[in-house]
Design a protein. Structure first.
Length: 416
């Protein structure tokens, strides 16, 4: 089913980048690792933006989750003029990533490579996955998400392919995800989308916008272009469970690897080792992917815990992984039990599952992150009312903050 074009498209975020520019779809930069990166560093002619759909009841993100029910967003690449034959890795810069509860943050996000020989997404060539929580942490740090494929993926003979983000596991507006794109008119259109009826279409065909996505593949003429370090790391991630923080990581190759010290920090600055996992590779050497896990229960009362891996060679040399951060308590154990927003009443009724303690604060946040309303809730309260009569129509987020200033629950609501 063809979707309606939005009446208004609002640019809600714009950041500028300054890098050397080449052709929009073939800016290839050689790296020290022997790989080529496509459109990275980001071309200077691009300017980073995130578009929000405003079309009556239809809302959401143009290059992400929205009420149209889009399933995937993809970028088209044509490397027919190059010698590259494999893709091994990619960067993706996300603008938004969140969910109203921990179950949503644990949802899987698949990263896919499609055959692009026909200039439209064809057969699936390979894929890997991450979680919404891992992406959310990168967004908070204003960092790109680094995606490794378990094994190098061979490009088709045409050397045309699509790199896609599949978020069909998500549900708008409970879950949100959006990829940064270039501004309209700055570059040719290479952005595609998979609609709810499973048909593939260009973003231009629906909205008139001419976009390129901030998706940057690593390509090469061989399958081992990234295997140049003693230990080549794959994904490093974690989830919150009843056991604590379950960390997992992958190595793509190992050379003289002794193992990994798991390091913890309450503030993301001062780290301490809380465990050690020895290498599973025979004599510390492997050319095959290996999976590792480690579970830790933090004692700190902070909202988040930060982790990194310190990899140690047999000869004592060390290197560090990227940092990740995890919540110390699941949002699903928060205190919001119900929300009633009767149309036209101008009042949002909020019920709590347990009595509030101390100086609990309720904040109302708009779609751009501004605090629109803020009020305290008396101790031992089981409910509160919020005057929403002066709020404009749109999507808002209700935050509950305890007396220590920690976010203990959040929920989205609409003003019609």
């Amino acid at each position: 089913m063809k979707k309606k074009s939005p009446a208004i498209i609002l640019l809600i975020m714009l950041l500028w980048c300054g890098f050397a520019y080449s052709q929009p779809n073939s800016a290839i930069v050689s790296t020290a690792a022997g790989c080529d990166t496509i459109n990275y560093p980001i071309p200077a002619a691009w300017s980073r933006g995130n578009y929000t759909i405003i079309d009556g009841a239809n809302t959401g993100y143009r290059t992400g989750t929205n009420t149209y029910g889009d399933k995937e967003k993809a970028h088209f690449f044509d490397l027919s003029a190059t010698a590259n034959t494999y893709i091994t890795r990619c960067y993706i810069q996300f603008a938004k990533a969140n969910s109203i509860n921990q179950a949503g943050l644990n949802k899987t996000i698949n990263i896919k490579v499609y055959d692009g020989t026909s200039n439209t997404p064809g057969a699936l060539l390979g894929s890997t996955s991450t979680t919404l929580e891992n992406i959310r942490i990168d967004v908070q740090l204003n960092d790109k998400t680094d995606i490794y494929f378990p094994a190098a993926i061979a490009l088709p003979a045409s050397k045309k392919f699509f790199l896609a983000v599949d978020y069909s596991t998500l549900s708008w507006p409970s879950d949100s995800l959006s990829i940064y794109s270039s501004l309209s008119g700055r570059t040719p259109n290479y952005a595609w989308e998979k609609w709810s009826d499973n048909s593939w279409n260009t973003v231009t065909s629906e909205s008139g916008l001419s976009l390129s996505l901030y998706i940057n593949p690593f390509v090469s003429t061989n399958t081992t272009c990234q295997l140049v370090q003693p230990v080549t790391m794959g994904q490093f991630s974690g989830i919150l469970s009843s056991k604590g923080h379950e960390l997992s990581w992958q190595t793509l190759s190992e050379l003289n690897n002794k193992g990994f010290y798991i390091q913890y920090s309450a503030n993301g600055q001062q780290f301490e080792s809380v465990g050690f996992v020895p290498s599973k590779a025979i004599s510390g050497n492997s050319t095959q992917p290996i999976q590792y896990t480690f579970t830790y229960q933090p004692n700190a009362a902070t909202q988040q815990s930060h982790y990194r891996l310190m990899q140690v060679d047999i000869d004592g040399k060390t290197s560090y992984s990227k940092q990740i951060a995890l919540r110390n308590s699941a949002l699903s154990t928060g205190i919001i039990a119900r929300m009633v927003n009767t149309a036209g009443s101008g009042v949002l009724q909020v019920g709590f599952s347990k009595s509030t303690t101390g100086n609990t604060q309720v904040r109302t946040i708009d779609a751009t992150g501004r605090v629109m309303l803020q009020q305290n809730v008396a101790a031992n309260a089981l409910q509160t009312s919020i005057n929403t009569s002066k709020l404009a129509k749109g999507l808002y987020v209700l935050q509950i903050v305890n007396e220590q200033g920690q976010l203990i629950d959040t929920e989205k609501f609409w003003i019609q």
